[in-house]
Design a protein around this ligand. Structure first.
Ligand SMILES: Nc1ncnc2c1ncn2[C@@H]1O[C@H](COP(=O)(O)OP(=O)(O)OP(=O)(O)O)[C@@H](O)[C@H]1O
Ligand SMILES: [Mg+2]
Length: 464
């Protein structure tokens, strides 16, 4: 296993990092352990290109045998040592191999929360989150479907995990409430889930906290006491998909009991414990009373609406991902992409992916993507995002009643005169990244077109 410095031509062609990983295996069989060691090296070395490993192996069956062992987010390019030795022009051979191997990676098409080199932007949001957590605030992070809530919360959690000794120590515990087993959809099940995640986090942080009680609900308090007494550390509990607590999966009364208990724990540990709830919108958690009792989160959570990436961040993301696959997006092409997607990362990636799949790897020398190329895939983009647009309108109505009607009027350029309700709707839609902050025009261009195509023009101006 060694690190190689590729030629400048190759670095430029695929936007590679200064060094790339090469794994040479002269043995009869490449082992799963070789892959494990290689992956461990990636975690230690930051100068290596994270996108791929070149494997020169004697074992012709390696690619097939190890297919299930290699990680999904890194391409392992297998070459038999014999083939490599026989080639007359090793440089041209390597260039073609990389063009095919790296150009066919479909890097825009990421469905899981984005991490590592697939994560872009959010600097301002991350800074604000960090500040809020360190000053002991509790937050509600609300944003449209696939806008990047989980990605961002994972990113901040990893930042806390890897912070140096000079930083204030924060132990993040991420809980995806959707992972609550159906059979344990009860208050006890929730406590168990939180305790399990908490213990897993402590284990990887190598913190030992003796358990004095077998009850999962006592665990959190035990750990909090230990952290503040022994390590001057604080705990950040992230409950992702908070709707599970109030939306029918478990009785809302149980969800409220959990939140009431958590509020009490926050209040008993000032500065030692922060709570973050994340979900599609703040509707379920907004009322003063829920299922006939006081809502413990009322005026307790600081609401953080999450919009898409800023235009600069979105441009940087598309440019960089494209470059790794030998696609050069021109500034005009990036403008079209930002205008259509409004910086919503999943929409921008869907459009980027359509462009990517259009261009055969053989044409990537690199291939220039101009505005005309992006526009040529818009009809397909419109078909593929039909359901997403419908969801955006439903989400808007969830955020503010009548927001959908307001959007239909705006899309057809018919006035919607509404005084106070209009201002409230506009503020909410700006916060969620559906309208532009200053002009209040559509930020997600595709949505305006979809509304015109799917909703008849209202006959007259409406009053809010
Ligand atoms: N900061 C980012 N950089 C690059 N891509 C991102 C970023 N944030 C989100 N994405 C893209 O958007 C997709 C959705 O992200 P994520 O799962 O974090 O969103 P979410 O808001 O938690 O979605 P859901 O509403 O389904 O919970 C990811 O699979 C990834 O492709
Ligand atoms: Mg999520």
């Amino acid at each position: 296993m060694f690190l190689a410095k590729p030629s400048d031509v190759l670095v430029k062609h695929f936007e590679l990092a200064p060094e790339v990983m090469v794994l040479c295996s002269p043995w009869d069989e490449v082992q799963a352990n070789d892959i494990k060691f290689t992956e461990a090296l990636f975690r230690r070395e930051i100068r290596i290109d994270p996108g791929f490993v070149l494997v020169l192996a004697h074992d012709a069956t390696a690619a097939r045998r190890l297919g299930t062992v290699v990680p999904d987010d890194r391409r392992y390019l297998f070459v038999s040592d014999e083939t490599f030795q026989k080639t007359l022009d090793p440089q041209a051979f390597l260039r073609d191999l990389l063009r095919e191997g790296l150009g066919s990676r479909r890097l825009f098409d990421v469905r899981l929360p984005a991490a590592g080199p697939q994560f872009f932007g959010r600097e301002k949001e991350l800074e604000a989150l960090e500040r809020d957590v360190l000053t002991g605030h509790c937050l509600g992070v609300f944003g449209l479907r696939k806008v990047g809530k989980t990605s961002m919360l994972r990113r901040i959690s990893n930042k806390f995990r890897t912070a140096g000794p000079s930083a204030k120590r924060v132990i993040p515990v991420e809980v995806d409430l959707q992972s609550l087993p159906f059979k344990r959809s009860t208050l006890e099940g929730l406590f168990e889930l939180i305790a399990r995640r908490l213990d897993r986090e402590l284990e990887s942080a190598q913190i030992r906290v003796l358990s004095r009680s077998a009850a999962p609900e006592d665990r959190l308090v035990e750990v909090l006491d230990h952290l503040s007494r022994e390590l001057e550390a604080r705990l950040l509990l992230i409950l992702d998909e908070y709707e599970v607590l109030l939306g029918g999966r478990i009785p809302a009364s149980e969800g409220v009991r959990l939140l009431t208990w958590l509020r009490g724990v926050v209040q008993e540990h000032p500065g030692g414990f922060s709570l973050v709830l994340a979900g599609r919108n703040g509707r379920l958690i907004a009322p003063a009373r829920i299922v006939g009792v006081d809502n413990p989160m009322y005026q307790f959570l600081r609401s953080v609406p999450l919009a898409g990436l800023s235009p600069q961040e979105c441009r940087a993301m598309v440019k960089k991902i494209g470059a790794r696959m030998a696609l050069r997006f021109t500034p005009d092409a990036l403008e079209v992409l930002v205008a259509e997607s409004g910086g919503h990362p999943a929409l921008a990636r869907t459009l980027g992916n359509l462009v990517d799949t259009q261009i055969p790897t053989s044409k990537r020398a690199p291939s220039v993507v101009d505005a005309a190329v992006v526009k040529s895939v818009l009809p397909r983009f419109s078909r593929d995002t039909d359901e997403d647009m419908r969801e955006l309108v439903n989400a808007s109505n969830d955020i503010e009643p009548r927001a959908g009607d307001y959007l239909v009027h705006r899309a057809h350029e018919i006035p919607w005169i509404g005084g106070e309700p209009e201002r409230r709707i506009e503020d909410a839609l700006v916060g969620y990244g559906i309208l532009h902050p200053d002009s209040h025009k559509f930020r997600i261009g595709r949505l305006a077109v979809w509304l015109r195509e799917n909703h008849a023009c209202p006959p007259k101006a409406a009053h809010g």
